[in-house]
Write a protein that binds this ligand. Structure first.
Ligand code: PLP
Length: 428
């Protein structure tokens, strides 16, 4: 006799259907742990940077040598807000370096910033107390795939088509179109990732200031996703200021700093938001993970976290990025391709104008040839308009092994060229 116990709520049904982010994490987990021959340009795993690993090892040794610190990090629950010594060190650093004037009541840790987005988005979007349906406004898409399925009550996003600036050397850049952007009454929050996953776009300081002002005008928060941003991990290749204000919620993370396994996200916000995030931690997992805070605490209190980001992490990725761009230009002759201006994060966003198949099909074909990328259409949460562009882009990560990246670029070139040969005379 078979018994069907799966009589699910809408929430349960939602979890049963595979989301873009879980397919991506399946691919990533498989390539990183099971089939290591796959050329993994799909995920957002940071690189294992040797100079950085030495520092983490040193920190861990110091933790173990320092009284019972190691035993306490493993053996004691933190408060739902997260490790207070780490939080205090972070407040001192941000106040000293950037004059932020934040106190521990403005900071909470979470199980990675992904879980911070779960609580933040569902706090400000979904069914409001008056029964109306609220949404998160994404000022421009493409935006981070990991947001797309976070809403408990279905689609909670409204996103806007960007302006596309064409630049020399097959580079383009997205900009927020402020004329198109409408903050209607059903918008509960505005959110941007900066640098943006998947494009590596860095919204200018001026664009961010305008968004903060717009949010303020409507009494809603601007959520600034700083997973790759400044001041740490600082995978950012242009000039960009860190921002904080009373209506800004800054999300940071230790993941792209090199510690994704510790699952440590950091939310900096008004104290009422922090109380809600702490409440969420208590309900969902009692307390956030203590290990990331324990390993990173001395790096934060000494300020070394900033030097590491500036002198190790940023140059490491910048060099990898430039190498990958160069290889693309060398390999993609005969293809009508464009690269989003790489200004940060771990990705190149490639646009194949006139691609005769969908990017999903291109992803499948590349996967069959042992190359994993992410098809671009997943990165347009909340955009209903038809736009060919959504189906003409892929995201590739350049953070992994150089030989793998080079080989994968050759295969991508070969596959796309076989689909879209254009005359050599028009290829530059
Ligand atoms: N935000 C962005 C833009 C990301 O790319 C990621 C992960 O790739 C996250 C948030 C979540 O990262 P984590 O939960 O590891 O902090």
């Amino acid at each position: 006799m078979t018994v069907d116990i799966m009589k699910l709520t809408l929430f349960g049904e939602k979890l049963k259907s595979k989301s873009g982010i879980s397919l991506l994490m399946d691919d990533l987990g498989h390539a990183m742990n099971v089939n290591r021959d796959i050329l993994m340009l799909g995920g957002g795993n940071p690189a294992l940077i040797p100079d950085l690993q030495k520092i983490f090892r040193r920190s861990m040794n110091e933790l173990m040598a320092h009284g019972d610190s190691f035993e306490r990090a493993l053996g004691v629950y933190d408060s739902p807000q997260g490790n207070i010594a780490f939080i205090e060190a972070l407040c001192s650093l941000m106040n000293k370096e950037y004059g932020w004037n934040i106190a521990p009541e403005n900071v909470a840790l979470t199980a990675g910033s992904q879980s911070a987005f779960f609580v933040l988005f569902n706090m400000f979007a979904g069914v409001a107390a008056d029964g109306s349906q609220k949404k998160v406004l994404l000022p421009l898409a493409p935006e981070y795939i990991g947001y797309a399925d976070i809403g408990i009550g279905g689609n909670i996003f409204r996103s806007f088509m960007p302006d596309v600036e064409m630049m020399p050397d097959r580079i383009f850049k997205y900009h927020v179109n402020f004329d198109r952007l409408k903050v209607t009454d059903d918008i509960g929050a505005i959110c941007i990732s900066r640098p943006t996953n998947p494009t590596g776009n860095v919204l200018t300081d001026q664009e961010v200031s305008r968004l903060i002002a717009l949010a303020q005008q409507h009494d809603i928060p601007l959520i600034l996703d700083n997973a790759y941003g400044t001041p740490f991990p600082n995978i950012i290749f242009t000039e960009a200021q860190p921002f904080w204000a009373k209506n800004v919620i800054v999300s940071m993370s230790l993941s792209k700093f090199g510690l994704p396994g510790t699952r440590t996200g950091i939310v900096i916000a008004d104290k009422e938001v922090i109380q809600a995030v702490s409440e969420f931690n208590a309900v969902l997992s009692l307390a956030p993970n203590a290990m990331g805070a324990a390993v990173a605490r001395s790096l934060v209190s000494s300020g070394e976290v900033l030097d590491i980001s500036k002198n190790i992490i940023r140059p490491y990725y910048l060099e990898k990025c430039q190498r990958a761009v160069q290889l693309i230009h060398e390999n993609f002759t005969g293809i009508d391709y464009y690269i989003h201006k790489p200004e940060g994060a771990l990705f190149l966003w490639l646009w194949f104008k006139g691609l005769p198949i969908s990017c999903e099909l291109l992803y499948q074909r590349l996967k069959q040839r042992g190359v994993l990328v992410v098809p671009g259409h997943y990165f347009f949460p909340g955009m209903d308009q038809d736009w060919d562009h959504k189906d003409q882009c892929i995201r590739m990560t350049y953070s992994q092994d150089d030989t793998a990246v080079a080989k994968a670029i050759e295969i991508i070139a070969d596959e796309v060229r076989s689909l879209t040969e254009i005359p050599q005379s028009q290829s530059k």
